[in-house]
Ligand binder design. Structure first.
Ligand code: PEP
Ligand code: MG
Length: 328
């Protein structure tokens, strides 16, 4: 794998028509950061902070969190990192928070998880905010909130960060050079009120793992359903297309950070729909950069518009044939 990484590391993801696509990677552990240099990814588009919480027997102390975030920023150098606040609960149960909840939550994916939990366990979000603000002293900090379902949840979470920032300012501590906030789009309801939330965001990242589970009402962890619905279904692709249209005209960076972006045909479809920023699993960075170089955005754009207006019987087969014909 390392050899394959090295070979594609320096591939610059320009499309045939000369558009630079941003290809970032997803991470969650200190050790993942070595992949940044190895793959030549443009940064970390999703750092899943919950990994530290999941491998820990107790709630990680603020100082331990801070050290992890600082190490991650050190390892990233001048490449950007987007830290997502904890997404625990749901399928990512932690015994020290969830023992009672797990018994009560009949649908944990739709239950008390991620930002819902963080906003109620305010001490948890405060500690994480402080850890992130301290870790990013003198540098850029990008914070992303998971499972935002209504705009007020974003506002409430940002408020917790701003309070911690004021606290540190009052103590004359070194602050981040700049802070930007964004959120995941993984709950379909948020897509219906985009114009209400997008003006407040620096970036928004579509989490296709949760989004598809909610769109199809199909548990992402249930192996019986894993193959049942296709990411290349018109329902998902039209949804993704509406999101592109919904953010048009706003100075917000739109990206995709679900697993879908790391698959060849899915990435091709998303380029055709208008996505220009992907954050994907490190192993996919090289192959997707290589794919990008074979694509003409106008050509795939026109084709996807036609297919989404009038979907072929089998979108996957149609896309595959289209890609094969062009040696993509
Ligand atoms: C997603 O839901 O698509 C996502 C990127 O987040 P996670 O897989 O951590 O839920
Ligand atoms: Mg998710």
């Amino acid at each position: 794998r390392q050899a394959a990484y090295a070979e594609l590391r320096d591939v610059e993801p320009f499309t045939r028509d000369g558009t630079r696509i941003t290809v970032m990677m997803n991470a969650g552990l200190r050790d993942d950061m070595s992949s940044l240099a190895m793959t030549g990814a443009d940064g970390v588009g999703l750092f899943r902070t919950e990994f530290q919480f999941l491998v820990s027997a107790t709630l990680p102390a603020r100082d331990r969190q801070m050290r992890l975030y600082r190490d991650v920023l050190d390892a990233a150098g001048d490449k950007p990192v987007i830290f997502r606040t904890v997404d625990i609960g749901g399928d990512k149960a932690v015994p020290y928070l969830n023992s009672q909840v797990a018994e009560r939550d009949e649908n944990p994916a739709m239950g008390w998880r991620a930002l819902r939990l963080s906003l109620e366990r305010e001490g948890l979000l405060k500690a994480q905010a402080r850890a992130l603000l301290e870790a990013a002293a003198g540098r850029q900090l990008s914070v992303m909130f998971p499972m935002v379902s209504e705009p007020w949840e974003f506002d409430a979470a940002k408020e917790v960060f701003e309070e911690q920032l004021e606290f540190l300012r009052g103590r004359r501590r070194l602050l981040p050079e700049a802070i930007e906030y964004g959120c995941m789009l993984e709950v379909p309801a948020l897509a219906e009120v985009l114009e209400q939330i997008v003006p407040r965001l620096s970036f928004i990242s579509v989490g296709t793992n949760d989004l598809t589970q909610f769109l199809f009402a199909a548990d992402r962890a249930n192996p019986k359903l894993a193959e049942r619905y296709d990411w290349l279904s018109p329902a998902i692709l039209r949804f993704l297309q509406r999101v592109v249209r919904g953010v048009e005209g706003y100075p917000v960076r739109l990206s995709v950070c679900g697993e879908m972006g790391g698959r060849r045909l899915e990435a091709l479809a998303m380029l055709g729909i208008g996505y220009r920023r992907l954050s994907i699993t490190p192993a996919a960075v090289g192959p997707i950069k290589e794919l990008v170089r074979k694509v003409d955005l106008n050509e795939i754009g026109e084709q996807m518009s036609a297919w989404l207006a009038s979907p072929p019987a089998d979108m996957r087969a149609a896309l595959k044939a289209w890609a094969d014909e062009r040696g993509i």
